[in-house]
Design a protein around this ligand. Sequence first.
Ligand code: FDA
Length: 440
Amino acid sequence: MTVTTCDIAIAGAGAAGLTAAIFARAVAPEARIVALDGAPKIGAKILISGGGRCNVTHDVVTSVDFNGNPNAIAKVLRTFTVEETVAWFASMGVTLKREETGKLFPTTDRARTVLDALLRACEGVEVRTNARVSSCHPERESRDPGAWVAQGTCIEPPIPPGPSLTLGMTDGSRITASRVILATGGRSVPKTGSDGHGYAIARSLGHSTTEVFPALVPLIVEDRHWLTTLSGTSAYVELSVVAGKVLARQRGSMLLTHFGISGPAALDISRHWIAAPGARLVCNFLPGETFESLERAILEERNPRATIGSFLRGRLPERLIAALLEGGRLVRPLPGADGTSALHKLTKDERRRIIRSLVELPIPVVRDRGFDYAEVTAGGVPLSEIDLATMASRRCEGLFLCGEILDVDGRIGGYNFQWAWAGGRLAGIHAARSLHRLGV
Ligand code: FDA
C-alpha cells in the first residue's frame, strides 16, 4: 500500500479548498501541501456558477445575507472583506465588475477566468484529481518514524511531530498529514463531485452535522397548475412562507417555468419553505401593495372605463395578467372578472377575490427539485464546533474546516462564494501557521 506524507492535505479542491491551498502556501512556502479532489477535473462548480460567468461576490456582504448564526458568520466574514477579496482577485489577474444588482463578476464574463487564476495561484501546491478521500482518522503512531515502514511503502520521510491525520483514499492508498483541511462542500449538484461524503468524514472525527437539505433550489408546483403555462415569464414579486404567521419573506424576480418557479426570489425563499413542513407559499405580484391599499386604489380609480386588465397594464407582464384572470376563473369562478369588465361593475366579492389573487396568491408547491438542481446545501457542521478565528476544529486536533460543509448558506448573489473565500483563507493561513509552531 502506498503511504504519502505531507504537511497539509486539503480534502476537496473547490472554491474553499483552492483558497485554503493558496493562502497556506503563501504562509508556509516550504511546506508540502496536497489538494485532493475526487472529481476528474478541478472546479466544475466554479465553471457552472453564475450561469457560466461566476458571481464571485457581492458589493455588500453582511451576515444577514446568510442563514446560520449571524454573529459567528460575521466573525469569519470580517476577516476578508469584499474590498480585500476584490484586491486578492486583482492580484491574481482577475478584475471584477459590479452589475446593477450589486453582484460582482469577472470583467471577462467567464467563470473560466476565475478558475484559471486560482489554479495558477496554486503553483507549488500539488493538486490531484480523481483523488477521492473515503476516510480520515487521527494517526497516533505518526510520532514513531518506524511505524511508516511497517504500514507499507514509505515514499516520503515521516512528517514532523504533532497531531497528524491519515486520509484513506478510495484507490486504497493513504495520505498522512500534519494538518487536514476538510473542504468537501455540501451535496448540491453531486455530479460536480460534492456528494456529501465530507459530512460522514467530519462525523467520524467527532463532529456532528445538522440535517442537510437543498437551498437555492427551484420549486415544483402542482401538476398542470396554470402558472406552469407561463414558462419563461418573469415578474418582480414578494414571496412569503406562511404558517400562521409569516416565517420568511423575499422580494425579487421570480421566473415561471414548465414545472413551477425559479429565479432569485423563488431560489432565496426555497430553503425557508423546505425548513417549515406544512407551511404555505404565498405570492404578492404587486410588492408594496397590501390587500387594503389595492382595494383602496381600485375603489378610487377615476376612469369609469378602467378594467382590471387596464388597471394592471404596465405593472405586470401581459401574459401574467391574462393568466391571473383566467387562472382565477379556473380555480374559482369569477363571473365578470375576465379583465374586460369595468372595475366599478365588479361586485365586492369579485373585486376581493381578484385582489387576493394579486397580493395573496397561494402557490401550491409540492416539492423542491432536489440536490441535483440546488445551488447550495443548507445545514452541515455547526459553527459552534469550529474555532472561527482559525477555522480549526474544536473536536479533532489538526483538522480545519471551511466552505459549504459548514452549517451556513447564503442568498443568491455571490454570498456563498464569499463564505468560501473567507473561510478558505482563514483555514489555509492558520493550518500553515500552526505548522510553523511545530518548526516546519
Ligand atoms: P465545492 O462544492 O465548490 O467544492 C468541494 C470540492 O470537494 C469539489 O470539487 C468536490 O469534487 C470535492 N470533494 C467532495 N467530496 C470529496 C471527497 N470525499 N474527496 C475528495 N474531494 C471531494 N455561489 C456564488 O456565490 N455565486 C454564484 O454565482 C454561484 N453559482 C452557483 C451555480 C450553481 C449551479 C451551483 C451548484 C452553485 C453556485 N454557487 C454560487 C454556490 C457555490 O458554487 C458554492 O457555495 C461553493 O462552490 C462552495 O465551495 P466549497 O469549496 O465549499 O464546495
